[in-house]
Design a protein around this ligand. Structure first.
Ligand SMILES: Cc1cc2nc3c(=O)[nH]c(=O)nc-3n(C[C@H](O)[C@H](O)[C@H](O)COP(=O)(O)OP(=O)(O)OC[C@H]3O[C@@H](n4cnc5c(N)ncnc54)[C@H](O)[C@@H]3O)c2cc1C
Length: 476
C-alpha cells in the first residue's frame, strides 16, 4: 500500500490527540547515519510518555497511512533507524519512557521501559547486586528497546546468549495501536506461538517494544582477562576448544583480533596502550568469570601453559588487576571507533559454523586483495563464529575512491559466507542496508513466511518501511 507523507494536517491532528509537547523536530544526530552513509528524513519526532500514547500515535499513522520509523539510541549500523527517501515519515523515540518499572531480585528479573539506555539497565542490575550481561561498545547510548528490536549480541553471547535470551517478556504496541501485554516473568511458557520472540529481532517492522522483563544473573564472581598471541585462526579455534575443556561455561568472552586491528588503533588512537610491542598475526582476548574460590589469573596461566605445549600460543599477557582487565576491555571496545575513523569501503557482520572460520578467512583475504589495493580489518566474537570482516582503503586513500568497488566487495564476501553455510547478518540485523542480501541468500520459504507475518501484523506497511522486507514506498 503506498504511504502518505506526515504533512502539517496529519501532524496537527496528532498533536491535538496527545498531551502537549509530544512532537518535536529531529536533532541533526538523529538523522545522521553512524557510518556517514547519508541522512534520514522525518517530518517530526514523537516522544510519548506512556504506552497508551504510543498506541494513539500508531493508530493515527495507520489510519492516515503514514510511515513510522522507531529510533532508539541510533547506534544501529544497518540503516534501520532512518528512512532516507520516500514519503516523509514520522519518527518515534521512547526517550521519555526510560523508567525502571519493577525489580524482582529473588527472581533475577528487572522490568524496564524500552527507552532506558543499556548502561543504565546494567547499573540498575548492579543496584540489585546482579548483572545484566548484554555488553556492547555502544552501551552508553543504545537503548534496551533498540537492543531487543535488533536482537543485539556483543561480547557476552558465548556465556549468556543474545538479547533474545536475556528477555522473558515484552510489552509492545502493534501497527493498529493494539497493546500486547506480554510482560511475563516466566522461564517456561509453551502457550502457543511465541509473540515475544517474533517481536525481538523484528527491527521495528512488526511492533514497537515499549517495556521488557529482563533476565538478570548473579553479579560477576572472580573475573580475569588475558590477551594471547596465536599464530593462526586454526590455533585460535584450538585454543577455544582447550579453554572450553578446562573452564567450561566460565569463559565469558572469547574474541579474535587481527594485526590490522592493532594497526588501526595505532593509526587513530596512538595513546592507547597495546598488549604487545609488535602485534602478532592474531590475538585472542579471553575474559573469565569464575565461581568463588577459583583464581582467574591461575586459571589463565594454566591455560597458557597447556596451549604453549601444543604450539597454540606464542606470547601472552594476563591481567594482574581489575585496572588492567579494564584496559583490555577498553582496547577491544575501541575497535569499532577506530574502524569508523578510518572509514570502511564495505563492512560485513557475518557468522559461520566454527569449523568454517579458518577456511573463510583463507579464501576471502586473497579474493578481496584481487579486487584492488585494500586493507582488511577482521575481528569479532570467535566463540560465536561471528566476525566483523571489514574492508578499508589503502593507507593514504579515501573510501570515496573505491565507491564503484563497494557492491562487488560485499557480493564477493557474502557469496563466500553463503557457500559455507553462514549468515550475512550475524548480530547487527538487516535494516535497510541488507534487504537485497536477505532476499538473495535466504531460504524462499522463510521469506514467504516472513512476508505473511508482516502482512498479517502490519497490512498497510506503516512500520519502519523498507526495513527487512518491504520495498521503499513508490509515491513521494
Ligand atoms: C560502537 C558500536 C559498537 C557496536 N557493537 C555491537 C555489538 O557488539 N553487537 C551488536 O549486536 N551490535 C553492536 N552495535 C550495533 C548497535 O549498537 C546495536 O544494534 C543496538 O542494539 C542498537 O540499539 P539502538 O538503541 O541504538 O537502536 P537504533 O539503532 O536506534 O535502532 C535499531 C533498530 O531497532 C528499531 N527500534 C529501535 N527502538 C525500537 C523499539 N523500542 N521498538 C521497536 N523497534 C525499535 C529501529 O527502527 C532500528 O530498526 C554497535 C554499534 C556501535 C556504534
Amino acid at each position: 500500500m503506498p504511504l502518505n507523507p506526515a504533512d502539517d494536517c496529519f501532524l496537527s491532528a496528532l498533536e491535538g490527540a496527545l498531551p502537549q509537547g509530544r512532537l518535536r523536530a529531529p536533532k541533526p544526530h538523529e538523522l545522521a547515519e553512524p557510518r556517514g552513509r547519508g541522512a534520514a528524513i522525518a517530518a517530526a519526532i514523537a516522544c510519548p510518555h506512556t504506552v497508551q500514547e504510543v498506541s494513539v500515535i500508531l493508530k493515527a499513522c495507520n489510519n492516515a497511512l503514514v510511515g513510522l520509523v522507531p529510533i532508539g539510541g541510533g547506534t544501529g549500523l544497518v540503516m534501520g533507524q532512518g528512512l532516507q527517501s520516500g514519503p516523509l515519515p514520522l519518527m518515534l523515540s521512547l526517550e521519555k519512557m526510560a523508567a525502571e518499572r519493577a525489580a524482582y531480585g529473588q527472581e533475577n528479573v528487572l522490568v524496564v521501559e524500552a527507552g532506558m539506555i543499556l548502561a543504565n539497565v546494567q547499573n540498575a542490575a548492579q543496584n540489585l547486586e546482579r548483572q545484566f550481561p548484554l555488553t556492547l561498545a555502544s552501551q552508553g547510548s543504545c537503548q534496551i528497546g533498540g537492543n531487543l528490536a535488533a536482537n543485539a549480541g556483543g561480547t557476552g553471547v558465548l556465556r549468556y546468549g543474545n538479547a533474545r535470551d536475556l528477555c522473558l517478556g515484552v510489552e509492545a504496541v502493534l501497527a493498529d495501536g493494539s497493546i500486547y501485554h506480554g510482560l511475563k516473568r516466566l522461564r517456561k511458557d509453551n502457550s502457543g506461538y511465541d509473540v515475544k520472540n517474533l517481536l525481538i529481532g523484528s527491527e521495528g517492522t512488526l511492533g514497537i517494544i515499549t517495556a521488557a522483563a529482563l533476565r538478570l544473573y548473579p553479579a560477576a564472581g572472580r573475573v580475569g582477562a588475558a590477551m594471547f598471541a596465536v599464530p593462526s585462526v586454526e590455533a585460535a579455534l584450538a585454543l577455544y576448544t582447550l579453554a572450553s575443556e578446562q573452564l567450561g561455561g566460565m569463559v565469558s568472552a572469547f574474541e579474535i583480533i587481527s594485526q590490522m586491528s592493532f594497526a588501526f588503533l595505532s593509526e587513530t588512537m596512538p595513546d592507547l596502550r597495546q598488549p604487545f610491542a609488535k602485534p602478532p598475526a592474531w590475538t585472542v582476548f579471553i575474559d573469565l568469570d569464575l565461581v568463588q574460590g577459583l583464581d582467574p589469573e591461575a586459571a589463565l596461566a594454566t591455560l597458557y601453559q597447556s596451549a604453549e605445549g601444543q604450539g597454540l600460543v606464542t606470547d601472552g599477557v594476563i591481567a594482574s588487576s581489575s585496572t588492567q582487565r579494564g584496559q583490555f576491555w577498553h582496547l577491544r571496545e575501541s575497535l569499532p571507533l577506530a574502524n569508523r575513523k578510518v572509514g570502511s569501503v564495505s563492512s560485513h557482520d557475518i557468522s559461520l559454523p566454527l569449523g568454517a572460520l579458518a577456511d573463510f578467512i583463507a579464501q576471502a583475504g586473497p579474493a578481496v586483495a584481487a579486487l584492488g589495493d585494500l586493507r582488511v580489518n577482521c575481528f569479532g566474537h570467535l566463540g560465536d563464529g561471528n566476525l566483523h570482516y571489514n574492508v578499508f582503503p589503502a593507507k593514504g586513500r579515501t573510501r570515496a575512491e573505491y565507491e564503484d568497488l563497494r557492491l562487488q566487495i560485499k557480493g564477493l564476501v557474502h557469496d563466500i559466507v553463503a557457500s559455507m553455510g553462514g549468515s550475512v547478518s550475524a548480530e547487527h540485523g538487516v535494516g535497510r542496508l541488507k534487504v537485497d542480501d536477505l532476499a538473495r541468500y535466504s531460504d524462499p520459504t522463510k521469506m514467504a513466511v516472513m512476508r505473511a507475518i508482516k502482512n498479517a501484523l502490519d497490512p498497510n506497511g506503516i512500520l519502519n518501511p523498507g526495513v527487512i522486507l518491504a520495498p521503499l514506498p513508490l509515491r513521494s
